[in-house]
Design a protein around this ligand. Structure first.
Ligand code: HEM
Length: 486
């Protein structure tokens, strides 16, 4: 195998490889350009590390899905290990004995088919009411309202916790911890290339990362520990409400839970419950925010979706529920088109291959990092003709184009365990926002429409940049029905 060529890619320098060419802004665009030049699978080298980027759905599913047994590991992150986060759901090695236990627990707790998942409906619908009322009262604050909606949904489902205000204690705790982690990892990336640096003593001049880590360690640990202790206390005092946490913490002999039996199971519950906010909040917020942007730029699409909803509701001023989904195919197609046009995680999360492999005559070396360029896959004109047109009808009819949902939620044994929950939350939020409001371009000081910025932030989970819209109520009935329900 080792005699075969690596996937092609841009020319490298002798020692540093492609380091000088790594794009710092929206790297998925540059990778897609390189794929046009070199083919759908490209490789980059940074010092001695190889990164393989898969830019087509076929390559991603052939390798990450069909050969998932060897393609589902994560590249080790020394900074994350030093920060005590190597056991987080997102980073845990697929070879670790806890890996399948995490996956099983999340699958059972979040999958749509289980009875447990039905228990999340009231939480989703309650938070939805808060969102719609908030949009009616303070439309200019819509970005904050979206963030509160997803945070409240995630924390209610994970721990049974009610988010109270905009500066909620748990949300601030988790967000500050996650921001600190991002800031910690980026500037010290050399430790990932030269792991021996981790042995430097903290006082050593080049070991500033160790001192910074030590200073932040407690804040990072608190992300999972404080909600864990809060939820545990609620159960012990009999004041809890049903949640993912309570289902696994309440003892199995009580008849209502699956109770953890020891320290190890509690530790597993700590990480899995923590991953619901970590995996679900920013991703769902990103998709809802992109929906607002596309509605402001595509009034005809918005009108067609609203007409479909109005015809279905026949004047009944009520909230739409998941039972209405089947009757609203255009709205469902619109949601797919949002996820395709603006993939929430344009490069997914990195995988690692655990054995030497060969694909189409190309050598994929053991230990190589594998990246699915989800953005390129979702904009591949062989799968989605005219890929930059925002057109929900591509997902309708007898021969719909490939369902983007299957391509944007990751691959193989790492596929997103919250996908069904995300799909339900997005349907509830988007269909009801369309029923109750019309979204258009923001107005300037003279009352004229301004052109929106159609760009997304460079991050693992992206978000529209400088998002501004005008939101006007169109169904006072729906908003009023919420007040009555309250
Ligand atoms: C629009 C919404 C969402 C999108 C597009 C999305 C997408 C993704 C992607 C691309 C991955 C990486 C998979 C891979 O490595 O191949 C992932 C992982 C993950 N997602 Fe989601 N996600 C969404 C919502 C959610 C929700 C609501 C939750 C939790 C309730 C969640 C929890 C997770 C977790 C825990 C992982 C890590 C899985 C692992 O490493 O084994 N996600 N998601």
């Amino acid at each position: 195998k080792r005699g075969l060529p690596l996937p092609p890619g841009p020319p490298r320098r002798y020692i540093t490889g492609n380091l000088h060419q790594l794009p710092t802004s929206q790297p998925w665009l540059k990778y897609a350009d390189w794929a046009k030049e070199h083919g759908p699978i490209i490789s980059l080298r940074v010092f001695h590390r190889t990164e393989i980027i898969l830019n087509s759905a076929k390559a991603a599913t052939d390798l990450l899905d069909a050969r998932s047994l060897i393609y589902s590991d994560r590249p080790p992150s020394w900074m994350a290990t030093l920060a005590g986060r190597a056991r987080s759901v997102f980073l845990l090695s697929s070879a670790h004995p806890w890996f399948s236990r995490y996956r099983k627990m999340l699958h059972a707790g979040l999958s749509r088919r289980t009875a447990q998942a039905q228990a999340w409906r009231p939480a989703q619908e309650l938070q939805l009411g808060v969102l719609i009322r908030g949009l009616a009262e303070k439309p200019e604050a819509f970005v904050g309202l979206i963030r509160t909606f997803v945070a409240s949904t995630a924390l209610k489902i994970a721990y049974g916790y009610d988010v109270s205000t905009d500066d909620d204690f748990f949300v601030t705790l988790i967000e500050d911890g996650a921001n600190a982690m991002t800031k910690l990892i980026q500037p010290f990336f050399l430790i990932e290339i030269f792991p021996f640096l981790r042995f430097l003593p903290a006082w050593f001049p080049f070991a500033r990362f160790k001192r910074v880590l030590q200073a932040n360690r407690k804040m990072l640990d608190d992300i999972e520990i404080i909600p864990f202790e809060w939820a545990k206390n609620k159960i012990e005092t009999g004041t809890h409400s049903d949640s993912f946490f309570s289902q696994y913490f309440v003892p199995s002999d009580s008849g209502s839970g699956h109770g953890p039996h020891g320290d190890e199971e509690r530790e597993i519950l700590k990480w899995t419950a923590g991953s619901i906010y970590g995996g679900g909040a920013h991703t769902t917020a990103s998709a809802i925010a992109s929906f607002f942007l596309f509605m402001s730029t595509h009034p005809t699409v918005q009108k067609r979706a609203q007409d479909e909803i109005d015809a279905h509701l026949c004047g009944a001023g009520r909230l739409l529920t998941l039972e209405d989904q089947k009757a609203l195919p255009y709205v469902s197609a619109l949601i797919k088109e949002v996820l395709r046009s603006a993939p929430v995680a344009p490069l997914g999360l990195k995988h690692r291959v655990t054995q030497d492999d060969v694909y189409n005559g190309l050598f994929i070396p053991k230990g190589g990092t594998i990246i699915a360029n989800i953005w390129a896959i979702a904009h591949d004109d062989e799968v989605y003709p005219d890929p930059f047109a925002f057109d929900p009808t591509r997902h309708l009819g007898e021969n719909p184009q490939r369902d983007p949902f299957d391509l944007v939620i990751g691959y193989g044994r790492r596929v997103c365990p919250g996908a069904a929950l995300a799909e339900d939350t997005l349907f509830l939020a988007i269909s009801n926002i369309l029923a109750a409001f019309t979204i258009s371009k923001a107005l300037d000081g003279e009352g004229k429409e301004t052109e929106p910025c159609v760009e997304w932030r460079t991050a693992t989970v992206t978000f529209p940049l400088n998002l501004r819209c005008r939101i006007v109520p169109r169904s006072p009935d729906i908003i009023a029905s919420l007040a009555v329900a309250q």
